[in-house]
Design a protein around this ligand. Structure first.
Ligand code: HEC
Ligand code: HEC
Length: 167
């Protein structure tokens, strides 16, 4: 590609569309059966698990994964990681509903402009590790920029006015 072509506005649009399509396909991993064996002899998906099975999956898979990620990032601040990291007092009251007010509310902007500007480190960590690894651990699709559905920031955080992107 010549420099002249790249400087042309339509070239930029083409590149943007290509990237968005690539991101959309990359986000398209199918639902996986990550749970215990169900009544039909097949492992359950996250959405098929009951609350007890979900708790166990969180304990066995999600908590160790989150502990590794947060401790590698800031070992001192996250010396002790437990269910309250994400669920807050919900862990004591038994209310594990997500997204939760226990975590800071995010801007609600699709491309995370304010988060990238104000909290570049945590945003990178979440985009590169927490979101993809947790989506895989739950066997669910990652957030997709075109459908605006899937596991992402708003699976844990609320937006300015409440839950966003179908959560
Ligand atoms: C790193 C953050 C994180 C940690 C740590 C964590 N969870 Fe979760 N938990 C989530 C998210 C996100 C969901 C919602 C997943 C979804 O359905 O999109 C969830 C969902 C759940 C649910 C299902 C709630 C419902 O309404 O279906 C239960 C139960 C639960 N967690 C229990 C626990 C327990 C018990 C622990 C500790 C052993 C724990 N969680 C640790 C993030 C976390
Ligand atoms: C699995 C749950 C989960 C997901 C998904 C998640 N976060 Fe978080 N986020 C947390 C937790 C837990 C904290 C609070 C950590 C603490 O208390 O120190 C947090 C804190 C933050 C903070 C506050 C940082 C600070 O220093 O005050 C920002 C900003 C943030 N997250 C942005 C994002 C963005 C952007 C995404 C998506 C790319 C995202 N988060 C995805 C769990 C999550």
């Amino acid at each position: 590609m010549s420099r002249k072509f790249l400087a042309h506005p339509s070239a930029l649009i083409l590149i943007a569309v290509t990237i968005m399509t690539a991101v959309a396909f990359w986000g398209c991993s199918a639902t996986k059966r990550v749970g215990p064996i169900g009544p039909d002899g097949k492992p359950l998906t996250w959405s098929e698990m009951n609350i007890e099975q979900r708790k166990l999956h969180m304990k066995k898979v999600v908590l160790p994964l989150a502990t590794t990620i947060f401790q590698q990032w800031r070992p001192e601040r996250y010396a002790k990681v437990d269910c309250t990291l994400c669920h807050g007092v919900g862990d004591y009251t038994g209310d594990y509903h997500m997204p939760t007010d226990h975590l800071p509310r995010l801007s609600g902007e699709l491309f995370l402009g304010p988060e990238r500007a104000k909290y570049p480190d945590t945003t990178e960590l979440k985009l590169n590790r927490l979101v993809p690894e947790m989506a895989d651990a739950l066997g669910v699709k990652r957030f997709n920029l075109i459908t605006r559905r899937g596991f992402g920031c708003y699976s844990c955080h609320l937006g300015p006015k409440g839950p966003m992107f179908g959560h």
